[in-house]
Write a protein that binds this ligand. Structure first.
Ligand SMILES: Cc1cc2nc3c(=O)[nH]c(=O)nc-3n(C[C@H](O)[C@H](O)[C@H](O)COP(=O)(O)OP(=O)(O)OC[C@H]3O[C@@H](n4cnc5c(N)ncnc54)[C@H](O)[C@@H]3O)c2cc1C
Length: 181
């Protein structure tokens, strides 16, 4: 059983994975790297003058794995709420469980819909920490802002949800700051 399962390996899901794995959570990300990022060349990601979306994805995958996040190269076919948290089923028929679940499925919103979450014209309804109406279920990234999606925003939403989970687990507010020495 993972602490956190993340469905979706675009910028939003990988950002959540980075913050969570770096801070000691057992994280499993599901995704087959089929993100719109592969069509993009970014000139608007602050701090990186230019990068192709494919290079961004390559760096991001390596970065999260360095901190111990596991990436399962599989499509998730269904998710369900269980007594202990959540269970996800994959196309190969395997079932994985976790305490928290983060949906970062991009524009598809199929899994969010399957959980009965409210969808408006802007996307899946969440609060300012990207919590959904279901306890311990978060939705981040493009799914929450379908028509105003930018990579840098998706990365921010993943970080916000991760900090909320870390704060909940620690029972107090939490920030992930590193210093020069
Ligand atoms: C042509 C084009 C150019 C763009 N250019 C820019 C740009 O210059 N600058 C910029 O900021 N943004 C740009 N974007 C937008 C950018 O690509 C998105 O904002 C960003 O990809 C959103 O990240 P995300 O993680 O929210 O969603 P996504 O990147 O869509 O990631 C979602 C991931 O979840 C996976 N997934 C979905 N369902 C499942 C499932 N059931 N099981 C497993 N995995 C699943 C998908 O395969 C995908 O990998 C561009 C987009 C396009 C189409």
């Amino acid at each position: 059983m993972s602490d956190v399962i993340i469905v979706g390996d675009g910028p939003a899901g990988l950002s959540a994975a980075l913050f969570l794995a770096k801070n000691g959570q057992d994280v499993t990300v599901f995704g087959v790297n089929k993100t719109a990022m592969h069509s993009a060349k970014l000139y608007n990601y602050l701090g990186i003058p230019e990068i192709t979306g494919s290079d961004f994805q390559k760096v991001a995958h390596a970065q999260v794995q360095k901190f111990g996040a596991k990436i399962q190269d599989q499509q998730v076919t269904s998710i369900e709420k269980t007594a202990a948290g959540f269970a996800v089923s994959t196309e190969s028929g395997e079932r994985y469980e976790s305490k928290y679940l983060i949906i970062a499925e991009g524009k598809s919103i199929k899994l969010a819909q399957s959980m009965g979450l409210t969808i408006t014209s802007s996307g899946v309804e969440v609060d300012h920490n990207y919590r959904s109406a279901v306890d311990k279920l978060y939705v981040v990234g493009r799914s929450t802002r379908l028509t105003r999606s930018q990579a840098v925003i998706s990365v921010g939403t993943g970080a916000v949800a991760a900090l909320d989970i870390l704060a909940t687990e620690k029972g107090k507010d939490f920030v992930d700051y590193d210093t020069v020495d």
